[in-house]
Each structure stands twice: as C-alpha cells, then as structure tokens.
Design a protein around this ligand. Structure first.
Ligand SMILES: CC(=O)SCCNC(=O)CCNC(=O)[C@H](O)C(C)(C)COP(=O)(O)OP(=O)(O)OC[C@H]1O[C@@H](n2cnc3c(N)ncnc32)[C@H](O)[C@@H]1OP(=O)(O)O
Length: 409
C-alpha cells in the first residue's frame, strides 16, 4: 500500500472530516456541531493519510494553553480527530500519524501533548499517561439533603438564555482556569463549545438551560444544564443533567448545587464530568446515594521533558535525578536532575546516579499532580533507586486541587 501523509488543505476539510466520522462508525448528523469543529480546526496542524484520492487516516491538533501546578498556562498540543477508516485499520497508520505529530509538536517548541481517548488502551504506547480523572455521579435528590454554608441565602438565582449568559459564564470560567491544573484557557471561538446543544444529542432532554448565581448584582456562579422529565404512575421522575458549572466562592457554589438538587419534577441529578475532589461531596447527607464513578480524562505526554518539568512548580522542595525512558521520543531518554520548589524549577541533563527510574508515560500521569509517583511505584511503574527519593518527589509533584479537564475536544 502506497500512501501519502500530508498536511490538510482547507478545501479538503469536508472529505477529511467525513472520513473521521466513518472511522467513528458515523457520528450523529449535526450541522451545528460540524460547523463548530470546522471553524475550530487548525488545518495547518491537521494531517491526513491519503490512499490515492481517499483520505484513510486523520489527526489534528489544537493550540491550547493548559494550566499546570503553580498556575502557569503552558502551550500544549491538543491532539484530536484521530481516525483510521475500517478498510485500512491495523496497518500502522495511527502509529505513523503519531510519529509525524509528535515530531511536529517538538519542532514547534510545545513541551506537552494532551488528548482525551476514545479508548484508554490506545495511547500509552506513544508515551501518554492518564493525568486527570473525571467524576461521574447520579445523585438521588429525593433522599440526599444538602447542607449549605452561611451566606448561601444571600445569593440570588436568575434563569437566562445560555447565549445571553455566555459572557458572564466565560468570565467566571476565566478566573477558575489557573486555580486548578488541567484546565484549558479559552481560545477565540471556543466560547461556543459550552453552548453546543444539537437536538440529536439531547436524548429526550430539554434544550440547554442556564442559571446565574448573583450577589449584589455580580455573577458568582453559573450552571448549564438540561432537564428530562419522565412520568411514572406514581408521579414525576425526572432528571437534571449538569453540563457545566463554575463558582467563585463557597456560597455561590452551594447556591448553584442547591438549585440543581431542588428542581421540581426531578429526583436525580446526573453529573458527567466534575473534578474528583468536587466540594459538593462534603455537602451531601448521604454520599452512598450519589453513585460515584471515576474515569480517565486527560492523557498527558511530555514532548520535551526538560521544558515541561520547568514549566510547573512543586509543592515541596525537590532535588532528584530522574532516569527517563522514552522509546518513541528518544530525545527525552536519559537522566535529568530536577531541582525545584513552590517558586520554580530547573531541569537539566546530568551524569549523576539516578534517584528514580520511570518511563515518560508515568511522568505524564504524575505531571499535573493527579496520580502520585508513590502510587505508580506501588504498581511497579516507578522504581526508587535512592531511598527516600520517592517520598520526596511524590510530595513535590502533588497538587492542592485535583487536576481536571472541564470539557472534551
Ligand atoms: C484523540 C482522539 O481523537 S481519540 C479517537 C481515536 N479514534 C477512534 O477510536 C476511532 C475508531 N478507531 C480508529 O479509527 C482506529 O482503530 C485507531 C485510530 C484507534 C487505530 O488506528 P490503526 O491505524 O488501526 O492503528 P495502528 O495500526 O497504527 O496501531 C498501532 C498500535 O496501536 C494498537 N491499537 C490500535 N487500535 C487500538 C485500540 N482500539 N485499542 C488498543 N490498541 C490499539 C495496535 O494494535 C498497534 O499496537 P502495536 O504497537 O503493539 O503494534
């Protein structure tokens, strides 16, 4: 098979995206969604593999700014739209696209590549580690009571059409981005993503709704959600589906959750993507009736180990030599001395003896503070060479707030 791997030409987008849809077994037909992804596609960062005139493999990258521990926003390639059509699978097309893409990312000077995976087993071989998890929950709001902090009653709630509330929601979101690792600063055009609401994806639920939480006229929280009301012989048995929420202080936060848990004709609050340390878990009367589940979310790859490790800060002073193995991007392989603290870090090549040995995949898993190096060592994936180095590094790599990716891409 002779194929040609090259950058996407804008005029080819329809065919290219159509082939991606084919790889996914056909996506719901949504002109709204298609138009948004076309507008957001960075063609110069998108590649295709062509077999004659037919595109048989697709991959793209978004130019993101990712928040890392310490609050910095670090350029990161958001790997996306990866697909290989069924006639050409398992012949190495994905591998060749990953090769080209990571070389391009390194050449651009981005130290990180990030993605959300259709299946978590695919990307570890290319050096991606699971760096954030998302919390899912189904809260039985008939049974679960919420205790709220002082000041919650001072917060007023207002229903607003989502498009009209967008600027206020975005302002809240912007203030949250650097407080928690794993979040993506909004790039132009991306403010449309939270508003995406194709009728074909509603599954019987209402159109998207928005509530704003305000104190003294200032927006301190918001939620985007839909409701699905169903009736049983005994009465209503509806669900609230939370799409996105944010708040600037505990009272604003509690006011939004109390609202979501108390909507008439509903008895369930369905939460699909929240941080694993989301504070509402401390407000509920009965956590067992919240049906919690954690899933992998953001997979992180350090494309340039030195630059990536210097881009974040460390919770506690650390001075360790990391012996990194990276078969796919061999420029990272070798020993690196990392010296850092809460103010910053320096990372450089060294001939000194290793303190910890690990692959770049484990470094990606630990990078945002979501998985501890100690936990990875417990699985045999990080090896402590100098006694004490694991505890020191594990503490330093941690994060006060659990890293979280608020939306897919
Ligand atoms: C970031 C995103 O966009 S995630 C979306 C990914 N896309 C999809 O899931 C759409 C449906 N699936 C597909 O399009 C294709 O099957 C892909 C992209 C997952 C794989 O493409 P292929 O060209 O078949 O993969 P390729 O032949 O290069 O395989 C490379 C390696 O990955 C492995 N692999 C491929 N697909 C999978 C999978 N779904 N699960 C586990 N391993 C996989 C292969 O076995 C091979 O392993 P090896 O290194 O041990 O030999």
């Amino acid at each position: 098979m002779t194929t040609d791997l090259r950058v996407l030409r804008p005029a080819e987008w329809d065919h290219w995206y159509g082939q991606l849809e084919t790889a996914f077994g056909g996506l719901p037909d949504s002109p709204q969604e298609r138009a948004l992804w076309q507008a957001l596609t960075e063609c110069e960062r998108s590649i295709g593999i062509w077999d004659g005139s037919v595109c048989v493999g697709t991959a793209g990258a978004f130019s993101f700014l990712l928040s890392v521990p310490g609050g910095a926003l670090v350029p990161a390639a958001g790997v996306t739209m990866v697909g290989v059509v069924p006639t050409h699978r398992r012949r190495g097309i994905l591998a060749s696209m990953m090769r080209r893409q990571l070389d391009d990312v390194f050449a651009r000077g981005e130290s990180l590549a990030v993605l959300t995976a259709s299946e978590p087993a695919i990307y570890g071989r290319f050096g991606y580690g699971v760096a954030t998890r998302k919390l899912r929950a189904e809260i039985d709001t008939d049974r679960v009571r919420l205790s709220v902090p002082d000041g919650t009653d001072d917060v007023a709630l207002r229903l607003v059409a989502p498009a009209d509330a967008s600027a206020a929601c975005e302002a809240v979101y912007a203030r949250l981005v650097s407080e928690r690792p794993g979040m993506l600063a909004r790039r132009p055009g991306w403010e449309a993503l939270p508003l995406l609401d194709p009728p074909g994806s509603r599954d019987g639920a209402s159109r998207l709704q928005c509530v704003l939480a305000e104190r003294d006229g200032e927006v301190v929280g918001f939620a985007l959600y839909s409701t699905k009301v169903e009736w049983e012989p005994a009465g209503p048995k509806g669900a609230v589906r939370l799409r996105h929420m944010g708040a600037l202080d505990p009272a604003g936060y509690a006011a939004v959750w109390r609202f979501l848990c108390g909507i008439d004709l509903t008895s369930t609050l369905q939460v699909h993507n929240r941080p694993v340390d989301d504070p509402w878990q401390h407000l509920v009367s009965d956590i067992r009736r919240c049906d919690l589940r954690e899933l992998d979310a953001l997979h992180v790859r350090l494309v340039d180990v030195r630059a990536a490790l210097e881009a974040r800060t460390y919770q506690a002073p650390v001075d360790v030599v990391l012996d990194v193995e990276d078969a796919f991007c061999p420029w990272n392989t070798g020993r690196w001395r990392l010296s850092g603290d809460a103010k910053g870090a320096v990372c450089s090549r060294t001939d000194d003896a290793a303190d910890l040995a690990l692959s770049v995949r484990e470094l990606g898993a630990a990078y945002l503070g979501g998985s501890s190096l100690a936990s990875l060592a417990g699985a045999g994936l990080v090896r402590e060479v100098r006694r004490g180095a694991l505890a020191e590094a594990s503490l330093a790599f941690g994060s006060t707030l659990a890293p979280w990716l608020p939306h897919g891409f």
